[in-house]
Design a protein around this ligand. Structure first.
Ligand SMILES: [Zn+2]
Length: 357
């Protein structure tokens, strides 16, 4: 996949980055319309790093609080969810293992006791399913950020007692992105533990209904992810915590499309000389990204220009999408078989060696 690989992220200037991108773009004509790509039989060993659980007691409480509407999936479907439904979808799409995480809005709504209780409820439920279905699930545990004390306690419980694979965070809490200085003790602990931090978008206070009728996942979520990536760069969260392995969902949101722009703009931030000394692109290339809702041709092209293929992992966003559609989209993206296998499974195993069969 040489055409997508910049020689060295830390050495790539803006002009070279753009040139690399243009070369890759030229290699990506609109194949969706042109190619006669036969549907591929799903590989049987995919690892889905973006897969949501809907613990019934948690969902019931969330629904009573929010009367939620989750777009394409009805409230009654979410409230009647069972792990068997998840496994059926996994089996139909060649997914051997799913690393489960909470989706927005998560357990935090300003009530410290409730945040701690709901985090524990969610994590314990997920851990039970991991035991009940050996080999089928892993866990990015949820924590009640911005409650620092509760968060630290849940990190300890999740990683030490439940043996979680990592910690799942949302892109912002109470309008604060992940680079906010108040979150520093939590990231220091995650860094001490060399933890994997999986980050999922939510809706920030600023942007809950910018355009009525347009759901936040259409536009706001990709920019939420981009904002929090920018936040952890310019505020030194990445610099100060070099042992955290970061995964960003949905292909990093809008980041791949904006990466060339961010090299110059974010790169001129007053803190950049200290915290982003090797350049924005070098940092972006260190993160991991999942393919959920970023699996179509244009999104994947931009992502593969920005990030090495070894940092791209299969993700679905189950149950909020038709998983088969994402699988089909990826099957239509032109790539080598080695890259396909790496994205489907190999890269996740490299990050989470316990998943090696
Ligand atoms: Zn999701």
């Amino acid at each position: 996949m040489a055409v997508f690989s910049a020689p060295c992220g830390c050495c790539v200037g803006r002009r070279q980055f753009l040139a690399t991108g243009l070369a890759a773009a030229a290699a990506f004509p609109l194949r969706r319309a042109q190619a006669q790509v036969p549907a591929q039989k799903p590989a049987a060993r995919r690892i889905d790093v973006h897969h949501h659980f809907m613990p019934p007691a948690y969902m019931k409480e969330e629904h009573e609080r929010l009367n939620f509407v989750h777009g394409a999936v009805s409230a009654s479907q979410l409230l009647s969810w069972t792990p068997r439904q998840s496994l059926d979808v996994m089996d139909a799409n060649g997914i051997a293992t799913a690393i489960v995480s909470v989706t927005t809005p998560g357990p935090w709504y300003g009530d410290v006791a409730a945040g701690r209780r709901l985090s524990r409820l969610w994590n314990d439920y997920a851990a039970e399913q991991i035991k009940s279905f050996p080999g089928r699930y892993g866990l990015f545990a949820t924590v009640p950020l911005p409650d620092t004390e509760g968060c630290l306690a849940e990190i300890e419980y999740a990683l030490d007692t439940l043996k979680a694979d990592g910690i799942g965070l949302l892109s912002s809490y109470d309008g604060k992105y992940l680079g906010d200085p108040s979150f520093a003790p939590v990231f220091a602990e995650l860094n001490r533990r060399k933890a994997i931090v999986y980050t999922h978008p939510t809706t920030s206070k600023c942007c809950t209904s910018v355009m009525p009728g347009v759901p936040p996942q259409a536009i706001e979520y990709p920019f939420e992810t981009t904002r929090t990536i920018t936040s952890i760069l310019v505020n030194g969260t990445v610099f100060n915590n070099p042992d955290i392995r970061w995964i960003f969902s949905h292909g990093g949101g809008a980041t791949p499309m904006l990466a060339g722009r961010m090299v110059d703009t974010v790169g001129r931030h007053p803190n950049a000389a200290k915290f982003i000394a090797d350049g924005v692109l070098a940092e972006l290339r260190e993160f991991y990204y999942d393919t959920a809702a970023a699996d179509t041709e244009g999104s994947m092209a931009a992502l593969r220009v920005m990030a090495p293929v070894s940092h791209i992992m299969f993700g679905t966003d189950y149950p909020f999408v038709k998983v088969a559609d994402g699988v089909q989209h990826l099957s239509e993206d032109e790539m080598s078989e080695a890259d396909r296998q790496a994205i489907d499974r190999g890269n996740a195993v490299a990050l989470l060696p316990r998943l090696r069969a």
